[in-house]
Design a protein around this ligand. Structure first.
Ligand code: MTE
Ligand code: MO
Length: 272
């Protein structure tokens, strides 16, 4: 597990990649943290000790490369198991409006005042890859598409940095949008590029889950700048980092697209 930049969920004085001991420390911290999180998500990681990681991967854990490849092996194994367990008929919990967290926390790889400024007049959602109709979308067209199909949810957002919050998002079911544009729903991945340098990707079964929302509003209002204007994907079955804000491009592909945090070691499936 080698990070170019220190993952932001670790304290500022936490050792980064110094030696095997430091990495083991980091890996233990990650695993312990997960055990304290909701049990569904903890289930897979709780069943694995670092010794188990070594056994499963056949890697020695006494050097950096060994630890990194052992954790990569486990992360890829986790992707497969989570994908196999994922079911489109299992819904994330929903909540009454009285449970909404106010104010809703902001998070990004930068501070709030650096959130991208997207002008509605310039905005075009770009589509590419395995999609029949790749014509770009203006925001008013997205709103017109969403209005008669309006979907809303009050769900819990869980961030790996150790916080969660309940929020209310509105828009249109992403499956409706994908089918409308003629996306190849047998493809493996849907990828997202954002107005900041963020990017991520999800598996097609999650893209088609009934609670996966192309979100245009937050709490009944236009999605505010810092929470993803003009559009974000709200996926209550996945962790926060799999919920891209400020989406400017969507593509459908069979080639693994990775993600901003995923490419730095976060588990790709990222189910919550
Ligand atoms: N474009 C973009 N999307 C992003 C991020 C980001 O930095 N940029 N951070 C992710 C992470 S880690 C979290 S927890 C959520 C935070 O969303 P919020 O600000 O609405 O709470 O956005 C996710 N999507
Ligand atoms: Mo996050």
């Amino acid at each position: 597990m080698t990070f170019d930049r220190k993952p932001s969920h670790l304290p500022p004085d936490a050792p980064v990649v110094r030696d095997g001991e430091a990495i083991l420390h980091e890996a233990r911290a990650l695993m312990t943290r997960r055990v304290t999180e909701p049990s569904r998500r903890a289930f897979l990681t709780r069943t694995l000790s670092l010794g188990g990681v070594a056994l499963l991967s056949g890697c020695s854990l006494d050097d950096n490369a060994g630890v990194a490849s052992a954790l990569d092996t486990i992360s890829r194994w986790n992707d497969r198991v989570q994908a196999a367990l994922f079911r489109q008929d299992v819904l994330a919990p929903t909540f009454p409006a009285s449970r909404i967290t106010r104010p809703f926390p902001f998070n990004a790889y930068y501070s709030m005042d650096e959130a991208p400024v997207v002008e509605e007049s310039d905005y075009r959602l770009e589509l590419s890859g395995l999609i029949a109709d790749k014509a770009p979308w203006r925001l008013d067209a997205l709103r017109r598409f969403a209005a008669p199909r309006a979907a809303e949810q009050i769900t819990r957002h869980v961030c790996v940095e150790g916080w969660s919050a309940i929020g209310r998002w509105g828009g249109v079911t992403f499956a409706d949008f994908l089918r409308h544009i003629g996306a190849d729903t047998t493809a493996r991945y849907v990828g997202f590029k954002c107005a900041d340098d963020y990017y991520t990707s999800i598996d097609m079964p999650t893209a088609l889950h009934p609670q996966t929302l192309l979100a245009l509003t937050y709490d009944g209002q236009t999605l505010p700048r810092e929470y993803g204007f003009p559009m974000k994907l709200r996926i209550p079955t996945k962790l926060g980092y799999k919920n891209p804000k400020h989406i400017r491009a969507i593509f459908v592909t069979n080639t693994y697209p990775g993600g901003y945090w995923e490419d730095q070691g976060y588990n790709w499936f990222g189910g919550s």
